[in-house]
Each structure stands twice: as C-alpha cells, then as structure tokens.
Design a protein around this ligand. Sequence first.
Ligand code: 5RP
Length: 225
Amino acid sequence: MKQDQLKQAVGIKSVDFIQDHMTVGLGTGSTVYYMVEELGKRVQAGDLTVNCVSTSQRTWDQAKKLGINMLPLDQVDHIDLTIDGADEIDTQFQGVKGGGAALTYEKIVALNSQRNLWIVDQSKQVQQLGAFGIPLEVIPFGHQQLLQRLEAENLHPQWRMDDQGQPVLTDMHNYIFDLHLDQLQHPHLLADWLDHQTGIIEHGLFLDIVNTVIVGTANGPQIIE
Ligand code: 5RP
C-alpha cells in the first residue's frame, strides 16, 4: 500500500472516535486532511453534530467548506478530543510535530484537550526521536542571533525555506528553524532547554501528550493505547 493510502485509511478510521456533540480539535497535515474530509461527510449526512476548533488556517478553510461548525479556540470551554498527525512517534508515545509549520497552534490545542489521538502511517514510528529534525517556531526579531546561539550549542539549526527559496511563514508570520540532531537521547532535557530560550515561540517536541495512536499498516489501521 502506498503511504497516501495508509494516511487515508487512518484518517477515515479516526472519525469513529468522534461522538455526537463533542468539541473536537482538528490537527493539520496530509493525514488530517483525510480525517476532515470524512468528518465533513458524516456531518453532511446528519450522522454527527460537532463543534470544532482548528490548529491552522488550512484546516479551518477545509472544514468550513465542508460545512463543519468551526469556533475560535477562545470561544470553547473545553475540547473533548483532538485528532492530529505527527512526524515521528516513539514506542513511549513521545513525538515530534511541526513538519507542516503548525506546531504552536497544534500544541496549544493539544494541551487543552481531554484526549489526544494521533493518526500516522507506519513510516512515522521510530525507536528514537530525532531523525526528522526538531522544528522550532521563532519570531523574526533577532532570528539571526538565535540561529548563532543554536549553532553554538551544536543543535545544527536550519532556517526552513519554501520551494522558491523564501522563508516558510507560520500562521502567525513567524519563521521555522529545524534542528538536525539525528538521534535524540534525552528529549525532555532538550524540551526544557528550548522552553527557556527567548525568541523561540514553541518547539515540536510533543512529550507526554498523546493517549491513543492509529497506525496505518498494510493490514489496516491498528489502534494502540
Ligand atoms: C503539522 C504537523 C503534521 O501533523 C505533521 O507534519 C504530519 O503531517 P502529515 O500528516 O502531512 O505527514 O505536525 O505541523
């Protein structure tokens, strides 16, 4: 099975976790795209009534077009369940996100959710985090100085550019740096250090956040709890 088919299968399967009248957090990315399409179908068919919040403008626009009831995060008093993709997940359910540059909104929504479900194809499963890189959202003011500081710490930062060689911008018009670390022995230590660096809005280490994962395999979606 192709990677895209695995993403589609887990995206569709994950909608079974959404119950009527839930408030649902919608993640971002190509796997979440399939989840939102399926949710839209069930909403249009009258099978589900939900309120949703979004982790990016992209997902908001897609969901709105499908007729899903969307609310700004600050207008909901709780989130029952958030469904999101990931770039890496290890055997302890620690993960890396931010490949789609939506990590800050994704983390805010995740931390405010009662339950977090990740949907991934099996290429995202790793023994140890790090090979994908660790995305950081950084503010433009002082970004060169921050780049130098990260280099001095041997964190191998790379400023993320788009296909036209222009800086990738987040929904908040910030930049993305990716730390190229190969293997990360102590994710909590790095997360703690990054949390204290001025100029870094958020990092892509999602630690102790996920409750359930659906992995796309050739034998179908597998639920791990
Ligand atoms: C966006 C993300 C995505 O969830 C992550 O990059 C996975 O994306 P995809 O489902 O396209 O592989 O963290 O910031």
